[in-house]
Design a protein around this ligand. Structure first.
Ligand SMILES: [Zn+2]
Length: 236
């Protein structure tokens, strides 16, 4: 285990740190939280849209009922008017005239009601369109973030392939036993009396022991067990 071999471990530490970051980014891209938020938001927005659509349909139904009432009353008035024209009995003619007057009043009331309902229908239609626009905004942001996340995931995937190749090359440069030990316990640069793997500060006794360990041997951190790589930076 030459000091140079041990030093190569620092490259492995760096590669493994980058692999961890890339894996975590791939698994949970930064857009994921907002995408989940938008999905939940859209559920509420869709419920609101259903309610508004329902309200609009109710008003539309009310309007179509009024329209058929108008048709019935208008047809009846038409029939009465024809009957008045052909009535031979004056009493009957008077009765028809009075019914025509009542129907005319009813038609005028129905038309007034129709105008009110048409206005309400327009409002209900506007409310539906407004809600659709709200959902469009949510969908747009969701689609944009999903595309961004997908792109990032694919970037991380190729980065991980590259890192895996680099790692294999670095591992190939050190003795197998050292690589195995590294895989088991990790490694860190010993600097300012501190283990680079767990950041524990070594006490005087521990430092004495490290100094007594040949640079061709492995010094393990007394706290985390990691290989403490010693370089000129270690200040021993
Ligand atoms: Zn440590």
């Amino acid at each position: 285990m030459t000091p140079a071999d041990q030093r190569i471990l620092l490259d492995l530490v760096d590669l493994d740190r980058r692999i961890l970051v890339a894996e975590s980014t791939r698994k949970n891209p930064p857009q994921a939280a907002r995408i989940a938020e938008l999905t939940a938001q859209k559920q509420g927005q869709s419920q609101e849209l259903s309610q508004r659509l329902g309200a609009r349909d109710d008003v539309a139904l009310e309007l179509s009922r009024l329209e058929s009432d108008v048709k019935v009353a208008a047809a009846r008035r038409q029939r009465d008017q024809e009957r008045v024209a052909t009535a031979s009995d004056p009493k009957q003619a008077v009765a028809f005239e009075s019914e025509i007057a009542a129907l005319t009043k009813r038609l005028s009331d129905l038309e007034d009601a129709q105008l009110v309902i048409m206005e309400r229908l327009e409002e209900a239609e506007t409310a539906v369109n407004e809600q659709k626009a709200v959902i469009d905004v949510t969908n747009e942001e969701g689609a944009r973030l999903t595309a961004e996340a997908r792109e990032l995931i694919s970037k991380m995937t190729s980065e991980l392939d590259e890192l895996a190749r680099d790692r294999a090359a670095v591992v190939g440069r050190i003795p197998e036993a050292l690589a195995k030990q590294y895989d088991r316990v990790g490694a860190g640069l010993l600097t300012r009396n501190t283990c680079g793997a767990c950041n524990m500060v070594l006490n005087a006794t521990d430092l004495q022991e490290v100094r007594a360990t040949s640079v061709h041997e492995i010094a393990n951190c007394p706290s985390c067990g990691a290989i403490m790589v010693r370089t000129e930076e270690s200040g021993l």
